[in-house]
Design a binder for this molecule. Sequence first.
Ligand code: TMP
Length: 208
Amino acid sequence: MNRGRFLTLEGGEGSGKTTHAHLLRESLERAGIEVIVTREPGGTPRAEDIRSLLVSGEPGRWQPLTEALLHFAARAEHVALSIRPALERGVWVICDRFADSTMAYQGVAMGVGREKVEALAAAMLEDFAPDLTLVLDVPEAEGLAREDRNGGEDRYGQMGPEFHAKVREAFRDIAGREPGRCVLVDSSGSIEEVRDLIWAAVARKFSL
Ligand code: TMP
């Protein structure tokens, strides 16, 4: 059986990743592909436990390096228990955020450093990487205004506009450095426009 494909959606707050993860699932299913949608931090029971430590509380709750390690700890669970087994069964996986988020948020915007996050990713993931990453790009003020957090998950939302401007730049930089894996998608249009841009990129990449 063919291995499934691993697709990630990345971007700042309110960039539409979650909506588009579900719309992309519908499009892939219409093409006859079996697909699951999952998210980070989270995606397994223990990784969701770690998520709750990360997304709630005071913005300064963690040392930046601790925070990067917590994201990788959640990711280790998620890759081992959910993502890899699905891909091995031939199921495609759409993941709402993955390691590029740790680079943008902790590596760049929180100042842990690009090299340190690259080293963590290399040690923990080896050569495991998404087949395609869609980086949804929207001006950070627009994204923050779209975001309507509830359930106490607003720790990152409280980090301020300069922080989120750095996150946006970091994602644009990642997309520019890895054009073979990443596609930068202008996410400021309507849901239908963005959905069509995403589908065009996916259909092109996988010849669908
Ligand atoms: P969400 O907004 O996609 O639900 O993700 C929750 C928050 O977690 C989001 O504000 C970004 C943050 N995050 C990181 O800072 N580093 C990471 O590695 C991941 C996966 C998420």
